[in-house]
Design a protein around this ligand. Sequence first.
Ligand SMILES: *[C@@H]1O[C@H](CO)[C@@H](O)[C@H](O)[C@H]1NC(C)=O
Ligand SMILES: *[C@@H]1O[C@H](CO)[C@@H](O)[C@H](O)[C@H]1NC(C)=O
Ligand SMILES: *[C@@H]1O[C@H](CO)[C@@H](O)[C@H](O)[C@H]1NC(C)=O
Ligand SMILES: *[C@@H]1O[C@H](CO)[C@@H](O)[C@H](O)[C@H]1NC(C)=O
Ligand SMILES: *[C@@H]1O[C@H](CO)[C@@H](O)[C@H](O)[C@H]1NC(C)=O
Ligand SMILES: *[C@@H]1O[C@H](CO)[C@@H](O)[C@H](O)[C@H]1NC(C)=O
Ligand SMILES: *[C@@H]1O[C@H](CO)[C@@H](O)[C@H](O)[C@H]1NC(C)=O
Ligand SMILES: [Cu+2]
Length: 571
Amino acid sequence: MRMAAARAAVLLMAWLCAAVAEAKTHHHTWNISYQYKSLDCFEKLAVTINGESPGPTIRATQGDTVVVTVHNKLETENTAIHWHGIRQHNSPWADGTAGVTQCPILPGETFTYRFVVDRPGTYMYHAHYGMQRVAGLDGMLIVSVPEGVVEPFVYDAEHTVLLMDWWNKTVYDQAVGLSSPSFKFVGEPQSLLINGKGVFNCSRLGNGGGGACSMTRPECGWPTLFTAVPGRTYRLRIGSLTSLSSLSFEIEGHTMTVVEADGYYVRPTVVKNLFIYSGETYSVLVTADQDPSRNYWAASHIVSRDPNKTAPGRAIFSYARNDPRALPPTTPPAGPAWDDTGSRINQSNLFVALPGHVEPPPARADRRLLLLNTQNWIGGHLKWAINGVSLSFPATPYLVAMKQGLRSEFDQIPPPDSYDYKNYDISRPPVTNGTVSHPVYRLAIGSVVDLVLQNTIQSNLGFNVSHTHPWHLHGHDMWVLGYGEGKFDPEADGGKLNMRNPVMKNTVVLHPQGWTAVRFRADNPGVWLFHCHLESHVYMGMGVVFEAGVELVPRLPASIIGCGRTKGHHY
Ligand SMILES: *[C@@H]1O[C@H](CO)[C@@H](O)[C@H](O)[C@H]1NC(C)=O
Ligand SMILES: *[C@@H]1O[C@H](CO)[C@@H](O)[C@H](O)[C@H]1NC(C)=O
Ligand SMILES: *[C@@H]1O[C@H](CO)[C@@H](O)[C@H](O)[C@H]1NC(C)=O
Ligand SMILES: *[C@@H]1O[C@H](CO)[C@@H](O)[C@H](O)[C@H]1NC(C)=O
Ligand SMILES: *[C@@H]1O[C@H](CO)[C@@H](O)[C@H](O)[C@H]1NC(C)=O
Ligand SMILES: *[C@@H]1O[C@H](CO)[C@@H](O)[C@H](O)[C@H]1NC(C)=O
Ligand SMILES: *[C@@H]1O[C@H](CO)[C@@H](O)[C@H](O)[C@H]1NC(C)=O
Ligand SMILES: [Cu+2]
């Protein structure tokens, strides 16, 4: 109890320091438009911010307000932008989740996001409408500690590293394929991008890809991560916004010390390869302690899926006296074995909270949801479902429907809290099971909720595979209590969870054939999405919606209203 009180005092101090510093407001104006981009040398249509993909890095200090005015100049397409990792306390309408917290922004219209960044850390932003993120509408959002606040590690300079995967087909081909009755899979990505750049080998296409592919375009190529001065230590703020791929990131000849995950300090942990899943961020410290007469490779590789169809991501880690664009003299790293799930689970377990910097979890939960992840054919379409329910976003966003009493817009019967875990064989899901609808779990405001994600093997579809699913919670951070293999058994496994020093995160990975247990406090009034961060999976229904204390949400801004049942109404 005394330990907890001391920790609470530390946290309170940090908060007070932040509160006394003068808060600033940062204004950004973004034109969202289609542009031809050749990020990996193959030209295709991308959705850009002021002509760029990825978009600009937003920088702010804890306690500041960020205001982003979005002009939707996509002539035939809606948009909405999510601020990934920002909890949106007192601004649940600014979460940017079309169908949950707002109506989409129509072509030609302008929408203003305004929110406070109340915690320091490494965050991101991205489109949250349909599968639009795949088209490149994304970027990073960095929140610094206020001046005078000392972080529990030192470094000389910092740089951002945004990881993505990239297809030569458009997002429209992907989305239409996934929702077609016959299901047409776009396949594995052609390239991995680091800070928006990569190289696809054009001679792999017939006719060299015609005019569409050219390896001499200045837009593509292996980017220079940054130029290091020998002996100095750098903080790399690494984020993954891949649409499908789980990655390993490494820097040839250098180790990385992980110090932050999703905005929380972790016990410093040295890794050679950082496994990073879509929606996660990490800060790592890298010391330039190798032979400075040459450059080194940084690389990202696919793990957990077939890596052979995708050009790896590469970048140049340069030492100051060399040409920053000079290719390293060595063969780039080959990456770890793609199917070594055990190493990935082990690394997930390595990350624990830095003592004194992360509030310990409440000792008990008020409610537990066991969430079974399955892939099913439902009504002739391939879907992902949670406890048999596949999420589709209602025409009227949940938040609007609930505040206005439009009960027919979402399911009135809540989805199941559990599945028949005693008898269920996760290696043999039933062949057909499930519904597509607009589910919502209604949580008591302030209550402590445990979520146990349970993976399965897709034998019902004739495949002996189990995928990796990174799950992202909007509006809250979660204590990560544990990862396990096989089926979670509340009696046997419930007592083995890490109650001592769990990390807090907004995105947590569910490993193949395994389970993941998290705890969170439903203390943020609003309606919040919890979903697999793979863009195709959430598009196919892999998510659930939580409501807590929606009656405490003040009057909604008129700008989020006007679709579905509220179409044509004036507010
Ligand atoms: C956005 O587009 C408008 C009109 O096309 C233009 O005047 C303005 O300069 C653009 N803003 C930015 C930041 O590119
Ligand atoms: C995309 O790349 C693949 C090779 O990975 C190739 O087979 C396919 O034809 C390409 N598609 C287009 C539209 O160029
Ligand atoms: C590109 O692909 C061609 C044909 O497959 C191959 O001969 C060549 O070595 C590749 N180039 C690079 C840089 O990988
Ligand atoms: C990838 O290629 C390697 C080397 O050719 C091969 O051993 C491996 O089986 C391939 N992996 C998959 C998933 O096809
Ligand atoms: C994972 O960690 C366990 C326990 O320390 C160890 O026995 C096992 O060999 C590790 N697995 C891998 C693949 O490194
Ligand atoms: C799934 O199937 C089982 C048995 O076939 C049934 O009891 C259960 O209600 C089904 N679940 C859903 C959500 O349809
Ligand atoms: C499924 O694949 C695993 C390896 O991933 C293998 O150990 C197991 O025997 C396979 N099961 C079947 C039924 O083929
Ligand atoms: Cu998934």
